[in-house]
Design a protein around this ligand. Structure first.
Ligand code: NAP
Length: 758
């Protein structure tokens, strides 16, 4: 890759790059320029360099790459010393922690080479320094920031990028001033605070004695006060302006926190800390390249591994990115016991929304801590609502009232959650402030006009892209007016968005649906004391009311319970009690269909939970028979068909499904993907445009592809209960977002499942 590399400054950073270049065979010769003979001798002895000189001009002679790794304060001096030896084509780069000052030095000292100077900063380090700390693996899975200027030649940047990539680093590019500002806030400020805190406390009257009582938190917080004072002195000096700005920013925040404590303002204190909790989870998610939910579970050990230079950015790039998860199942078994599956997603979303808009504190239990509902939760935090938790399904929402939301400081990010975006569109168009809603790549392709259109009829000012997709811009300050809307297509999300906008509209807002859809919004509004009138297919609200906080226990999700309903039905010797399951009549198609097939399912202890009917469901194994599924039940069980197909594979005779074309446009083409899997394990089936015919009987095992569709993965896991050979299911990572803890719960009940991740 390079013929001759010269490293100027053979300490931790320079020595480690020399070692990595050597280990990867990226240069024919490596030489060093060092201040002392001793460093050069050590470098040779450790095998880092072939040769070296204390004369920097001599050291860089004939080099096609020079890497400067001296303290930032001596960059200018070192550049001036090496300048006479530089060739006219050499590429020069550096590893200094501050970029503005290093670029100034280059402009002054190596002006004729400036187009080939590529400023850089490896975000990696140790608390040790010097040539003996050199480590060939220091940069592996760490980030390197390059900060090319307008004058930097792109080819030179590319060669430096390729070098860092070849030693295992992830290379990012940033503008130099942006780099210095961001690093001042995320790295320099925390180091400054750690040094200052330890020093301040150590100089108290009782002096060092107090440390005897310090616990783990103190040790964690102050670990970086062990970093090299000289290096940090340099950094604070050389990045003075950005560091001072960061200190000012922090002082403002600290003053606010102090005031909240002084005044006993619990809301304010909790607001600060809950915002910090969730921001940190977001930071962990970013640095681990994992989902927000997984990040919430990451423990602190992970961040304790952060290296010395850059508190917020130096942790390793984990393999969480593109994580592969497989389910391995041994055939047979039975499901027994009593269990509670996670909370209903639709209800979890709405509990946060209505809790935030209510007067008083809403206590929620059984909240589904999945990505989607967490996106809703974060959006309300961003609009100033104090939300404690979630912690083990518990959330406390400090409602701000219908008119208490505050303008968010930036865009509201909805992740992958269509429900969050569509329902919030309804809510936000009645606010006095502007908002912008965005989502991930997949949500950014989904249609939003079917919600925007009726809202515009209510006088909302909403803009989507030319294709009717996100980002969605909502201009606040519009006086909404009530309308009557006939839904052209049955959709609970569109209906809910209109009704939520109706809370802010003058007069009555009513929606008529062409076929029954989930009515969780109507039920929960009533649960929060907001009058909703329902007459056949029409629901109606009037603006100007108020919501009162309440306690609610989110029912367990019947869509998650479905896997166990089918599993216990097909596996001989099973008896399961599924506790506190939502049995909203718009969701119970699965129970009706399984009963028609001969399942032994009984509902016990039926009751009301915040307007939603719930029951404990007892299911025992039974001989199932094939049926023709009544078409009117199809919309009421639309999400449960993958596992119903497994019930069909275990029934006597044929099960026939028609009228389910919607299954083809779910997370996957569920008809085809299920048919492929069924064929693999040996279940005879025939695919129709709008359904499938499945012949029940004995089946074996094999390798099945879930295509990232969580419900398909879980369905074939359940199928193993009656398989005659092992089943291996690929692509199961998404199960964790829709049904956190599925593998543990199913294994505890008796499924022979092991999860293999790489
Ligand atoms: P280091 O281990 O102390 O090495 C510094 C090297 O520079 C040593 O070889 C030293 O020579 C030489 N040096 C010191 N003062 C000099 C001067 N006045 N003139 C010429 N050479 C001099 O430090 P490091 O951690 O490698 O840091 C090097 C650079 O990397 C700094 O700019 C720092 O900001 C940046 N950086 C550090 C980290 C980190 O965590 N350590 C992370 C990213 C970037 P001797 O061997 O003779 O002492």
């Amino acid at each position: 890759m390079f013929n001759r590399v010269a490293i100027i400054g053979l300490g931790l950073i320079g020595g480690s790059l020399a070692a990595a270049i050597r280990a990867h065979g990226l240069a024919t010769t490596i030489v060093a320029g060092a201040r002392s003979e001793r460093t050069l001798e050590r470098g040779k002895l450790l095998g880092l360099i072939d040769d070296g000189s204390t004369d920097f001009a001599e050291a860089v002679k004939g080099a096609d790459l020079v890497f400067l790794a001296v303290p930032v304060s001596s960059m200018a001096d070192s550049m001036a010393k090496m300048a006479p030896g530089l060739s006219g084509t050499v590429i020069i780069t550096d590893g200094g922690s501050v970029k503005g000052k290093v670029i100034d030095a280059a402009i002054n000292c190596i002006a004729e080479h400036i187009s080939r100077f590529v400023p850089g900063h490896p975000i990696a380090g140790k608390e040790k320094s010097g040539v003996d700390a050199a480590d060939a693996r220091l940069y592996q899975n760490h980030r390197v920031i390059l900060t090319p200027t307008a004058q930097t030649d792109t080819q030179a940047t590319e060669r430096v990028r390729a070098l860092w990539a070849a030693v295992g680093a992830e290379v990012l590019t940033m503008a130099p001033d942006e780099h210095d500002r961001v690093l001042a806030e995320t790295s320099h400020l925390p180091h400054l605070l750690a040094f200052s805190l330890v020093d301040t406390l150590a100089r108290q009257g009782d002096s060092l004695d107090i440390f005897r009582y310090a616990a783990g938190g103190f040790r964690d917080f102050t670990r970086i006060a062990s970093s090299d004072p000289l290096m940090w002195h340099d950094i604070f000096k050389e990045n003075r302006d950005s560091v001072l700005r960061a200190v000012d920013l922090f002082q403002q925040g600290l003053a606010g926190f102090r005031q909240a404590i002084e005044q006993g303002d619990s809301d304010d204190m909790l607001a600060i800390m809950t915002r910090a909790n969730s921001a940190r989870a977001h930071f962990l998610a970013l640095s681990a390249r994992t989902s927000y939910t997984a990040a919430l579970q990451l423990n602190d050990d992970r961040t304790n591994a952060i290296a010395s230079d850059n508190t917020a950015m130096s942790n390793t790039v984990s393999s969480g990115h593109g994580r592969r998860v497989e389910f391995h199942l041994q055939p047979g078994g039975a499901l027994n016991g009593s269990l509670r599956v996670p909370g209903d997603k639709s209800i979890s979303h709405r509990s946060i929304m209505l809790g935030a808009l209510a007067d008083g504190i809403t206590e929620i239990e059984g909240f589904l801590e999945g990505e989607d509902a967490l996106a809703t939760l974060q959006a309300f935090r961003d609009m100033g609502v104090v939300i404690e938790g979630p912690s083990a399904g518990r959330v406390r929402v400090h409602g701000v009232g219908l008119h208490g939301l505050k303008a968010p400081s930036g865009t509201l990010y909805m992740g992958n959650s269509g429900t969050s975006m569509r329902l919030l569109m309804g809510l936000l168009c009645g606010q006095p402030f502007n908002t912008e809603l965005t989502g991930d790549a997949s949500l950014s392709k989904r249609p939003m006009e079917r919600v925007a259109k009726p809202l515009r009829e209510m006088n909302a000012a909403i803009a989507t892209t030319g294709k009717g997709t996100p980002p969605v811009h909502i201009s606040g300050g519009q006086q909404l007016k009530g309308i009557h809307y006939d839904l052209p297509v049955a959709s609970a999300q569109v209906k809910s968005a209109i009704l939520l906008a109706g809370l802010y509209a003058e007069g009555e807002t009513s929606v008529t649906e062409p076929a029954p859809t989930r009515d969780h919004t109507e039920r929960m509004l009533a649960g929060f004391g907001y009058p909703v009138s329902r007459d056949g297919a029409t629901s109606k609200v009037s603006g100007g009311g108020k919501l009162s906080a309440c306690s609610l226990e989110v029912p367990a999700d019947i869509s998650s319970a479905a896997f166990f309903l089918v599993g216990a039905s097909i596996a001989e010797g099973s008896e399961l009690l599924l506790r506190h399951v939502g049995i909203n009549p718009t969701r119970t198609g699965i129970i009706d269909i399984l009963k028609l097939m001969g399942a032994d399912i009984t509902l016990e202890n039926q009751r009301d939970a915040g307007g939603e009917p719930v029951a404990d469901i007892r299911v025992k194994s039974a001989r199932l028979k094939g049926i023709t599924i009544p078409e009117e039940l199809v919309p009421l069980a639309i999400d449960e068909f993958p596992v119903l197909f497994i019930a069909a594979a275990n029934a006597q005779g044929d099960t026939i499904l028609h009228g389910a074309e919607e299954l083809r446009v779910k997370e996957s083409d569920r008809i085809q993907v299920m048919a492929d899997g069924l064929t693999t394990v040996g279940v005879e089936n025939e695919v129709y445009a709008d359904g499938i015919r499945i012949r029940g009987g004995q089946y074996g095992g094999g390798e099945v592809y879930a295509h990232g569709d969580h419900r398909i993965a879980m369905s074939f896991a359940i199928a193993s209960l009656r398989a005659t050979a092992p089943i291996l299911i690929h692509d199961c990572a998404n199960v964790a977002t829709s049904f956190p803890g599925f593998a543990e719960l199913a294994s505890a009940a008796g499924l022979n499942l092991s999860v293999v991740e790489d």
